[in-house]
Ligand binder design. Sequence first.
Ligand code: G6P
Length: 360
Amino acid sequence: WDIEKGTYPHFMLKEIDEQPIVMRKIIKAYQNENNELKLDRNVREAIKACDRIYIIACGTSYHAGWTGKQVIEKLAAIPVEVHVASEFSYNMPLLSAKPLFVFISQSGETADSRAVLVKIKAMGYPALTITNVPGSTLSREADYTLHLYAGPEIAVASTKAYTAQIAVLAILAVDAAQAKGITLDFDPMQELAIAANAMEMLTDQKEAMEDLVVNHLEKARHAFFIGRSSDYYVCLEGALKLKEISYIQAEGFAGGELKHGTIALIEEGTPVIALATQANVNYAIRSNVQEVVARGANAMVISMKGLEQENDTFVLPHVHALLTPLVTVVPLQLLAYYAALHRGCDVDKPRNLAKSVTVE
Ligand code: G6P
């Protein structure tokens, strides 16, 4: 990995662009020469032995955890809970009989996550860390580690680590399914490769995202992201990215929840970015878009090939329904990047934030 910016104006843009390469590195790292999944056997045994997975993380890694839950539950039929580390520490839920803890952390040094790791190890529970830094504290102190292979991430706002986390969680889900004797009706590695190609097509369309920012977001005071099902989790991440680096107040909402309060905030011209990549909720999210448009919102719909409708702002290439977060997040990362850029913000080093937070 090149740890210099090279011709890029910012690390964040470079790291957004590196995402397809990271996907391909992950595919290679987790496959043997016969194209079979190659994962630490002990991880497989730990998954087989558990009755519930507890994902613990902070920030962007926490958002990746929600997609991980979706994929693991759908493919491997293991119940998964996702918790913010700082909450879990002080307000531990009732645990199942045989929990497996999965810590997701780009840096492997986040103090909030480590505090939970220390607690659950003292209770005698097994822990797996998914991290970009194999020698990190969370990696050393957990029983097992899965590497993200994303290369150094320098920009404070996490991008390639997020998509790497989702890809590795998907591979973990496939491994868990195999461990339980569940046969999948698709080739997961091939689907990941398709997603990598789609990500590359999107990183080649930066101008479209910059135009959207210039026309609709640059001067906004606030913005909303709405989506349903797996799109909802990406909305949380899209809103976080925008907040972190452009300082536009942004929130991600489940499409159906808007009407229970937040819709009161929609006024003439409020930017609402809607994700529509899931067939079973396509109709529902579209009616949420109509609800906000009827109240004056400036809605931008990002949909997926096969589900697109006339006037959609942007249509993403088609990828497997469980892997859509890998592609939906790319335009949202670019929106945040260009919003920060056009607002004159320090893209790579936003105020008040640190890359790795080592205090609780
Ligand atoms: C900090 C960073 C975030 C990151 C979070 C968790 O707050 O600014 O970008 O998502 O920590 O970091 P981790 O290294 O544990 O993934």
